[in-house]
Design a protein around this ligand. Structure first.
Ligand code: SF4
Length: 416
């Protein structure tokens, strides 16, 4: 069996009711894509992301009207029973918004500062320091979020010049990656000089290329004990965004690096923002780091089954779990550990089905039109039919199993 590397040791940072770093499990987070000035729809998306598994939610705070809307967003979340920490993402004018809108500073649970765009020269340090001092006054943590697309160019130019003057022969990519780390480390020192404690600072250094991200975070992990927020920035759409994010963050997480993750997917127009949350949860669950929802093993299909029944059933079961999990996790203790299998023929069907808590082996081409169901390794029943009828019967078995197997939580959500 492959074991993951020992977790890189970091200082625990409290973000509202959540701990990031230390011994805490790796935390999933996401970001809204609504207009923050629209408090109702932004709060609704925060709640939706939280229900999907995002344990912290970030909103952009870019203009005075957005800062003014933050307290209402937070209140709407609390009124809906959503206690996910609300994080404000600041660029360029964070020092102004946070000082002019103290209710916004108070309502937020954490501030994200990008040291690459809080100003230039002496003003950069002053404005960065102003945000840190607001965080001190409100006893809030910050994330120092360096980004490859907005890296401090003065730092880069100085290093490039040094490379030329001293004939160091380093590539511009090497210099860029080194400057990402340096920007984070120097900004952390400035934050501490501005009065923040070490247990109030999280760091990220996001870039859009997996190999660079891996190199940067490995260097960061050697140089800092601050918790690390992982994310491949601008990962892109669909398969590309998913694979690149998983390749980069998977490599780091298996090395024990990373305390919180965000998968930055570009949704299709009108697409579902929760996809990035599902991806982050699946990433952590695939590595055995967290359990968020029952997992569905399904075979890829091949020439042994020409029917699409197993695909339709697998899709329906996956959808049912996503829709039901927000309620299940409030009601049942441990339901996220449940495993399911939906298989296409007799070759691997019974084997995988027996290995799951509930597995169904559908008939391949030429096989008898029966669907044996295995529960905890034993043949429990045989279903027949296709489509709605088959899905409803399997769903009933699933509901009965959850009800029977997992203890109910008490009404305030603690394990009973
Ligand atoms: S279980 Fe059967 S249908 Fe599915 S991939 Fe394997 S051989 Fe093909």
């Amino acid at each position: 069996m492959i074991h993951l590397s020992k977790r890189h040791r970091t200082v625990p940072v409290r973000v509202g009711p959540i701990t990031v770093g230390g011994d805490a499990p790796v935390v999933v987070q996401s970001m809204t894509m609504t207009d923050t000035t629209d408090a109702a729809s932004t709060a609704a998306q925060c709640i939706e992301l939280w229900e999907a598994g995002s344990e912290m939610v970030r909103v952009t705070v870019n203009i005075p009207e957005a800062a003014a809307a933050v307290p209402e967003i937070k209140q709407r979340m609390l009124d809906a029973g959503c206690n996910a920490p609300l994080i404000g993402d600041f660029h360029y004018n964070g020092h102004l918004l946070l000082t002019r809108y103290p209710e916004c500073a108070q309502a937020l649970d954490k501030y994200r500062i990008n040291p690459g765009n809080v100003g230039t020269g002496k003003r950069r340090d002053e404005q960065f320091s102003t945000i840190c001092k607001v965080a001190v006054d409100h006893n809030r943590p910050v994330r120092i979020g360096v980004n490859g697309g907005s890296l401090n160019q003065e730092l880069v130019m100085a290093r490039m010049q040094e490379n030329t003057d001293r004939g160091l022969g380093r590539t511009s990519e090497d210099i860029y990656n080194e400057c990402m780390v340096l920007s984070a480390i120097q900004s952390t020192e400035l934050a501490i000089e501005s009065g923040l404690r070490q247990d109030q600072i999280i760091i990220s250094c996001k870039t859009s290329k997996p190999v660079h991200l891996i190199e940067i975070y490995r260097a960061l992990a050697k140089q800092t004990a601050q918790p690390l927020h992982l994310g491949l920035t601008e990962a892109g759409m669909g398969t590309k965004g998913l694979v690149w994010s998983a390749a980069a963050m998977g490599a780091l997480l298996t090395n024990g690096i990373g305390d919180t993750v965000r998968v930055s997917l570009t949704p299709r127009p009108g697409g579902d923002r929760r996809e990035e949350v599902y991806a982050a949860c699946e990433l952590l669950q695939s590595l055995g780091l967290r359990s968020f929802a029952p997992s569905v093993t399904a075979c890829p299909g091949c020439g042994r089954t020409t029917s699409s029944t197993f695909q339709e059933l697998a899709e329906r079961v996956q959808g049912y779990i996503r829709d039901t999990m927000p309620r299940w996790k409030q009601e049942y203790q441990g339901v996220e550990e449940l495993t399911l299998a939906v298989m296409g023929c007799v070759v691997n069907g019974p084997g995988e089905s027996k290995a799951a808590n509930i597995g169904i082996s559908l008939p391949g081409t030429g096989e008898a039109p029966t669907c044996p169901v295995y529960i905890d390794g034993e043949h429990a029943t045989t279903l027949r039919g296709t489509g709605d009828e088959l899905a409803a019967a399997f769903q009933k078995l699933l509901d009965d199993y959850v009800e029977r197997k997992y203890p109910r939580r008490d009404p305030v959500g603690h394990a009973g």
